[in-house]
Design a protein around this ligand. Structure first.
Ligand code: NI
Length: 304
């Protein structure tokens, strides 16, 4: 008996290996029964494929956008096969892994759907410098709130005292508050210490009200020094469309200049310190909304 023991062990191991091999060769239908949720994930992916408008009928005509759902389906099929191997071992680890894989497949679907929407959206960021103004900024905030639009305000530190409620309102209503120095100075004319003082003083005033630093900085006159490192992280923000709104009181001129120049993902520069600019801004919002644009704050355009 003792002599035969290694032989018996060897035979048992061979039998186990054989059983595993037979199980692996089982038809795929079994998997659908054993893991119905995985089958759902596969049919879900196929569902996406159906929703994609195919341009042309042959595979050669398939546009890059239509390739993505096929990839998703393929990935899920691969995961399906992986589950087939692990279908018998019923450990918790396997269950968790399977759930994770299904979740990943679903996330991939969602990401792909979001990406498609993202591409089709025409976004633009409205930015307002030099405020807050006790009257015009409030008028602008009212107009933006009526339209459900968020903008970015690059505020001047010395305009904040007395207008703290306006700053608080900007923050509460989802606008982004940026920094436009303390008294509208050209950063490149200053020493590092002086320049930092300008932005830090403004940021401190905003932070006292909102609890947040003003990370996004619009340098007056567009002049920025790259070596500037102050006490908080700063991201300089310039612009794509400048209608020179401060040079005219003519509202329709400002509107026309912006509408002629604007393209998706542009940053538009305006000033909430002038009534004509505020009136123009609200007309621009209406016109661009009609053209299918949505309005975002600059961080959404920059942080991609
Ligand atoms: Ni300015």
């Amino acid at each position: 008996m003792k002599k035969n023991f290694p032989m018996i062990v060897f035979s048992c191991m061979t039998a186990v290996v054989l059983l595993i091999c037979i199980y692996r060769s089982l038809p795929r239908e079994d998997v659908a029964e054993k893991a119905p949720e995985v089958a759902d994930a596969v049919s879900g992916a196929e569902g996406i494929q159906m929703d994609v408008p195919l341009e042309g009928t042959s595979t050669a005509d398939v546009t890059p956008g239509t390739v993505a759902p096929a990839d998703v389906a393929l990935e899920v099929e691969e995961k399906d096969a992986a589950v087939a191997v692990d279908a018998t071992p019923e450990t918790k680890e396997t269950e968790t892994e399977t759930a994770w894989e299904i979740e990943t497949a679903r996330t991939t679907e969602t990401e792909w759907e979001n990406e498609t929407e993202w591409d089709e959206t025409r976004r633009v960021a409205l930015t307002f410098d030099d405020g807050p103004h006790p009257v015009y900024t409030v008028k602008l905030l009212d107009g933006l709130a009526e339209r459900g639009v968020q903008a970015t305000f690059f505020v001047i530190g010395e305009n904040i005292p007395g207008n703290e409620e306006i700053i608080a309102r900007m923050d509460q209503e989802g606008h982004l508050i940026g920094n436009h120095t303390y008294d509208h100075v050209k950063i490149t004319d200053l020493s590092v210490e002086e320049a930092c003082e300008q932005v830090e003083k403004t940021s401190a005033l905003v932070k006292e009200i909102t609890g947040k630093d003003t990370e996004y900085v619009r340098p007056p006159f567009g002049s920025w020094r790259k070596d500037l490192e102050c006490s908080f992280e700063m991201i300089p923000v310039l612009w794509d469309v400048d209608p020179l709104d401060w040079t005219t009181c003519n509202v329709s001129d400002v509107v026309r200049r912006v509408l002629e120049a604007v393209e998706p993902d542009d940053i538009i520069l305006l000033h909430d310190y002038y009534e004509s600019s505020v009136d123009a801004a609200l007309l621009i919002v209406d016109a661009l909304t009609e053209q299918g644009y949505t309005f975002v704050t600059v961080d959404e355009l920059i942080l991609e």
